[in-house]
Write a protein that binds this ligand. Sequence first.
Ligand code: DCP
Ligand code: MG
Length: 376
Amino acid sequence: VLEMPAFIATKVSQYSCQRKTTLNNSNKKFTDAFEVMAENYEFKENEIFCLEFLRAASLLKSLPFSVTRMKDIQGLPCMGDQVRDIIEEIIEEGESSRVKEVLNDERYKAFKQFTSVFGVGVKTSEKWYRMGLRTVGEVKADKTLKLSKMQKAGLLYYEDLVSCVSKAEADAVSLIVKNTVCTFLPDALVTITGGFRRGKNIGHDIDFLITNPGPREDDELLHKVIDLWKKQGLLLYCDIIESTFVKEQLPSRKVDAMDHFQKCFAILKLYQPRVDNSTCNTSEQLEMAEVKDWKAIRVDLVITPFEQYSYALLGWTGSRQFGRDLRRYAAHERKMILDNHGLYDRRKRIFLKAGSEEEIFAHLGLDYVEPWERNA
Ligand code: DCP
Ligand code: MG
């Protein structure tokens, strides 16, 4: 481990794609606080302040030492006044009164609950809050609410979906996805992305990227997979989004833009080892144990053309902050536009091909960062 002064001497980049961020966070006390602040600003749709706290959190996560004095953050980027105030409070008092205030705030608490429902974002939360609703329980009980199909599923499987996905569950679902895809396309490449590819052992969903290295594409693959799961009774919910990719189109400059791949946001039924019936005393408990031998799991499937696979892999591996900074770095430092489909060089006016993530980093003039170092 580097001593603090020696570490600071090597200048820390403002871009997380020029840092290594593993899951060993030496500054959780601070980064948890910043993430609460960022979330509260997200709920208030204040993107600037939200990003300020997300960048600060990301920076402290990359430090190989714990911050204990204000001197430790001297010369570091992303440390604005709001951020410094909270760091100072936590150093001196052990906690931040501003963060505590947010955590106790009625609006924050309600939004936190509402947005934890699959299909519910800030807009819907705002609506429900204005109607006087405060908890998911109240939302469930209100039979007059007009809900989307996604939100209905989100509420129906709420308890399963808020309890996080474990690595073991991700591995089990991975087998199911691979087996199903390969019955239709034996050569298909199925890769787990998102947090699990970054080495996390829990997640809110499981993300998969599917591509066919062969010459032909199969637009029907996703539909075939979904239809089979329906027949097998494994599909609790699914929303298929068809591809909207247009070849000549320049990559989107929006930092959080959705990509154009054919994809599916699904909820799968994962059968789990049965609960031991001998521990149940009442007939009701016995019935429960027998009825529910499965868990609802959120799964995203993304289908990509083989030529775009590396870009899709880089984008879908995340983290979100790492992806944002890659795009910002490309735009501001290289005059290039990066998205999940490709990289466009605005000076040369060409798309840069890449057969691996390493090649994309090389195009951007960046040192390669391993997936487990992208937990920014
Ligand atoms: N992503 C993307 N385009 C989208 C949605 C996500 O490029 N429309 C990227 C950014 C994320 C990654 O894909 O880092 C995975 O998205 P998740 O929301 O599943 O995030 P994680 O997998 O990183 O976290 P979690 O463990 O909560 O699932
Ligand atoms: Mg994920």
